[in-house]
Ligand binder design. Sequence first.
Ligand code: GLN
Length: 447
Amino acid sequence: MSGSIEEFHSKKAGDGYYERLEAELKKLNAELHAFNNITLLNTGGYPFSAKDNLCVEGVETTASSRILKGYVPPFNATAVERLLKRKFTFIGKTNMDEFGFGTFGLNSDEPARNPFNREYVTGGSSSGAAVATSVMKYHVALAVSTGGSISAPSSFCGVVGFTPTYGLVSRYGLLDYGNSLDKIGIISRSASDTANVFDLIRGPDDKDSTSVSEAPKKEKAKKNLFVIKELLKGETQSYFERFCDKLRGLGYAIGEVSVPDIEKAVQAYYIISMAEASTNLAKYTGFKYGYKNSGFEKGYNEFFTEARSNFGVEAKRRIVLGTFVRSSSVRSKYYDKAMKVRALLTSRLSKTLEKGNIIIPAMPILTPKIEEARQMDSVSVYKMDISTIPPNLCGLPHVCFPYDYAGGMPIGAQIIGSHFSDNGVLEFVQEWEKTFKYKFKYDVGAL
Ligand code: GLN
């Protein structure tokens, strides 16, 4: 496959390759803002990047937040460490919505630009990871999804975004957003590269007690697929229906299931994720990490107010709402109910997944222009996660991949499998890639 890890090694990068790559990336980055910093480590291997909420020893890690400016971790996240050990070359930290809070990639000081057309959003929160993948010929990105941050940017930037079963990849060294939801995954240009890299980063880790020792099942692509009726609407519907016809032509059987309360997944997700985020952000006080404020002279409240005023608007909103839903007076009204929705949805989807995989559009809309997305209110933005939240809320493995182009912009679908069916969903996308050629506007680093 063109651009694959195998091909890179067979072609052999000659003298000066990494210097040229660095220079080219820096030049393009001035326009696309895919990277928060470009720093090459361990040169000589296949290039990989890490989302800016994954710790890399000696490299500034900010999760695109002003409150972490200047924070340089003294250790590597496990996923990063495992790739460095296998002689991959680290190339930089990718841009993102602050702390992972966002759907369009617009919640950072310098949002990334879509390489297909700079007036359009990249999707978020792993915006830079998807842009870097879309512009580089040889590269894989370590990205993170809590409620869709791998699928959304992969859909809008036309790349392959894989979110594994919760617990299969250690979260050690990740700046947590929502611990019960966060998954480290991979964005690449092909599902076979992803499968190879996944094998290197997954597996139990003493440093993360939620990492599991089970291995993903050895599985082929399932021929029985199900669409969720309630998710077939909006701008992407007719494209998706044509895609389903193509799949039928390739020998897949496609059935329909109804999950009437699916939109409650969005409400449950935002309650749970904000509750967790508000506790995770409590540690950013100006004491330990990053931002250093002027001192204690002014008093206790002023000290923390100064430090915490560095959070962006969306982070502040989530601290306030997350703290509210956790408070004892309303806990049973919001948080406990959200947990029930989560359990019900997991059992409902698992029943369908016993019979085959689920295939749904990744996003309900075609890629919006930046200006259009900026005009949407918060709740309308949250609702855009209607298809990406269900597999994330339930910890199910899923892959977003391009299946069509509209007006030159890519459109993505999501294939979802049961827990530990990671190989099966990756195989499905590998099969798709035999019949459909992805398009890219750039091939930085080509050999
Ligand atoms: N859009 C969702 C949110 O803002 C998901 C983001 C993510 O997966 N980090 O929470």
